[in-house]
Design a protein around this ligand. Structure first.
Ligand code: PRP
Length: 283
């Protein structure tokens, strides 16, 4: 039985569960459940506290985990990252109160910095040859400068709105992070086959999210021109229409290229452009 840990509550919870479900795993989860069986895959899902997950993973209590890279870095555990998952992107940054002068990173020399990430901050300061006083706080780090507990903070920033609300400014990024799939090293050899199957499904789902299926009608005389602007997997599928001289072109395009490609296709003479989400991509 493959044991997979995900966050029990917090930012990663929804996306983690939705990723597993998109991979075809039927997780029988309910409110406040610690463990749920997967009906159609030889696995169970454990809902754990974020900060406990790295240790459980290293100790082999669970085989796999969906966890933020920042937490793994902070706890420096011996686990293997199998894939980056593209969600819960954030950065661990040093932030100063708005009115506090900051010229460069040396400006934090001798300052008192509140953080829940003491190890990551310590590593960074050592690398930069800076000495500062690290003050460990387990939550609500952003209020520390306002209540006189610290001069500055080092905390996770995503949208930046928490910093803004507390009159702080992000000054120095020390780590970029996103959710990842991490594995216990022994599990990789003992349960390699089922882990490989899950990684394969996750990569197919992630690939699909980056792409869209596109189909449109085009005069036959323009097929080559239209094909040239499509960054296709192989070459587009061309199907004849009942209307003489017209065809339907089908292809897959990346979301990031989407609007540029649509504009070019319209200029070439494409009509009836349809764009459809892709559920899975096995290539
Ligand atoms: C993190 C972090 C900040 C906030 C920043 O907390 O500690 O408080 O997100 O996000 P923003 O830049 O979008 O405002 P989170 O809500 O993840 O919970 P935590 O306090 O348990 O870390």
């Amino acid at each position: 039985m493959l044991k997979i840990a995900i966050q029990k509550s917090g930012r990663l919870y929804d996306d983690s569960l939705s990723l597993l479900k998109s991979c075809g795993l039927y997780v029988d989860n309910g409110m406040d459940q610690l463990k749920a069986e997967v009906r159609n895959f030889h696995a169970e899902v454990f809902f754990l506290r974020n900060s406990d997950i790295p240790q459980y993973l290293e100790d082999g209590v669970v085989d796999l985990a969906i966890i933020g890279e920042n937490v793994l870095y902070e706890q420096n555990v011996g686990v293997e990252v199998l894939a980056k998952l593209g969600f819960s992107k954030c950065r661990l940054s040093i932030a100063f109160p708005k009115n506090m002068p900051f010229e460069n990173i040396k400006s934090i020399e001798g300052k008192k910095i509140a953080t829940s990430y003491p190890n990551s901050l310590k590593k960074y300061l050592e690398k930069e040859g800076i000495s500062a006083d690290i003050h460990l706080i387990s939550g609500s780090v952003e209020i520390a400068p306002n209540i006189g507990l610290a001069d500055a903070i080092c905390d996770l920033v995503s949208s930046g709105s928490t910093l803004f609300k507390n009159g702080l400014e992000e000054k120095q990024i020390i780590l970029k992070s996103e959710a990842c799939l991490a594995a216990n090293k022994t599990a990789l050899s003992l349960k390699g086959e089922i882990i490989e199957e899950l990684v394969f499904r996750i990569q197919s789902v992630l690939k699909a999210r980056e792409n869209r299926y596109i189909l449109f009608n085009i005069p036959n005389s323009k097929i080559n021109e239209a094909s040239a602007v499509l960054p296709v997997l192989k070459s587009p599928t061309v199907l004849p229409l009942l209307d003489e001289g017209w065809s339907s072109l089908h292809s897959v395009i990346q979301v990031k290229d989407f609007w540029g490609v649509i504009r070019k296709l319209k200029n070439i003479g494409a009509q009836g452009i349809l764009v459809i989400p892709v559920e899975n991509m096995v290539i």
